[in-house]
Design a binder for this molecule. Structure first.
Ligand SMILES: [Zn+2]
Length: 448
């Protein structure tokens, strides 16, 4: 049995892996097609960077080993990005740590092997992390609500166990109260509306528990809508129950998340919702042609026209088509090999076979520039106020760009955005301002 990963399609009941149709467009860095012309204020920002960092290094004194090497503009920009990350509120709408810790508990207050923990969050300037309450599609036949409750219990237990490090945040006001307190805010988003089963009153239940958003579906069509990963399009978008779910989420003040939904379902949810909707962890389909899990330009425009935000996913397969196709090929080979050999997934021989696949099918290297390319494209299309960060840390099996491999590394992305001419105000909007605006709007429309 393959361990379910939120962004690797699960096996069907007959043991065959389900994979979305491989894209027909061949490899190539789509990002290269859309060079960003540096803005006129880029020079000004570079000067600010130099000045800011010079002032900073004055404090450290000459010969201090912590001071950046003189004249290294890249290092000065990195230092400015590091300071910016500490100063602004950074909020990430999708981190899959609960699923990781569900069966393997560990101390989140010390540096660990995962992509999220307290020391890494502090280092990266992360202030609020949406913890994904992930309900695999296999629970759609039973146990979905129970699993969601259990995972929320787990996140609540972290606050009790480590009260000096974490606090649950259930509103934008609580996010802001946690900011600067030294505690990392843990917000809740349910990944897969299967958790509400067929009972609308469960939305109220999860709302009371502090769940801020619900991703309508996951890797398969559920009772709410069709999924981008699933060829079964039984509803042609939203189901009749799904329409009620969107209306009830509006009424309660919960954000509707269209990540994972099929194009039709996403378009219908955007249309139907009386308030802006979000894509909690999706990137631009421009870079992965034909791959429905990322958002088409048309959907991005519709979502933005209604005030929503796209929270860009950092996963390699979301960023680059060649990367995605290679990962998919490796996974397909591995699944077939496991089925043929009947060797368990945790057997050392499986690790050897994985390494062999890595050698046989190398992936193109990716850097933070790949994420910035997506951001550039989205910003050029709909403006900076509709873009944010939804990393998918701990949910993509470590398939992340160089320099963006865990929550300690947001400064590297900020540095790249500064280099491309984004102002600190624009970066602060993407880092949290836009999402908080939507969250407030959704709540105030519901009378909160
Ligand atoms: Zn996901």
């Amino acid at each position: 049995m393959i361990t379910p990963r939120p962004e690797v399609p699960e096996r069907t009941s007959n043991g065959h892996a389900r994979f979305p149709e491989a894209g027909s467009v061949s490899a190539g860095r789509a990002g290269g097609l859309h060079p960003r012309t540096p803005r006129p204020d880029a020079i000004h920002h570079l000067l600010c960077a130099l000045l800011g960092a010079t002032l900073w290094s004055c404090g450290t004194g000459p010969g201090d080993p912590a001071a950046p090497p003189p004249g290294a503009a890249g290092d000065l920009l990195a230092e400015r990005a590091h300071q910016l990350a500490q100063r602004i509120l950074i909020l990430d709408t999708h981190i899959d740590t609960p699923m990781q810790l569900q069966h393997r508990p560990r101390d989140l207050t010390v540096p660990g092997p995962g992509e999220f923990d307290y020391p890494k969050a502090r280092q990266g300037g992360l202030d609020t992390a949406f913890m994904s309450i992930y309900v695999p599609a296999s629970y759609q036949s039973g146990g979905a609500r129970e699993l969601a409750d259990r995972l929320i219990d787990l996140v609540e237990s972290w606050e009790r166990t480590w009260p000096a490090q974490f606090r649950i945040v259930r509103s934008p006001e609580e996010v802001e109260a946690a900011f600067g307190s030294g505690r990392i805010g843990l917000a809740l988003g349910i990944e897969n509306g299967a958790a509400v089963e067929t009972d609308l009153s469960l939305l109220g239940h999860f709302h009371r528990r502090g769940v801020a958003y619900i991703t309508l579906t996951h890797s398969r069509a559920n009772q709410i809508c069709d999924s981008s990963y699933d060829p079964d399009r039984r509803w042609g978008g939203l189901s009749p129950f799904g329409r009620q779910v969107v209306a009830e989420m509006n009424r309660l003040g919960m954000m509707v998340d269209i990540s994972h939904a099929s194009d039709q379902a996403a378009a219908q949810a955007i249309e139907l919702s009386r308030v802006p909707v979000i894509a909690s962890h999706s990137s631009s389909r421009r870079f992965t042609p034909g791959w429905e899990r990322n958002l088409s330009d048309e959907l991005v425009r519709r979502l933005a026209a209604r005030g929503g935000v796209v929270q860009v996913n950092f996963g390699g397969s979301f960023l680059d088509e060649a990367y995605r196709q290679t990962s998919e090929l490796r996974q397909r080979r591995l699944t077939a090999w496991l089925r043929e050999t009947r060797i368990p997934e945790d057997d050392p021989r499986t690790q050897d076979y994985r390494r062999e696949l890595e050698r046989r099918y190398p992936r193109p290297p990716l850097s933070v520039a790949a994420v910035a390319d997506h951001i550039d494209h989205l910003v050029r299309m709909v403006g900076v106020e509709h873009v944010g960060f939804g990393s998918d840390f701990d949910g993509v099996d470590g398939e992340l760009p160089e320099g963006l491999s865990d929550v300690s590394q947001y400064p590297n992305l900020l540095s790249e955005l500064l280099r491309r001419g984004y102002s600190e105000e624009e970066i602060a909007m993407m880092a949290s301002g836009n999402l908080l605006r939507v969250w407030r709007e959704v709540r105030s429309a519901a009378g909160h």
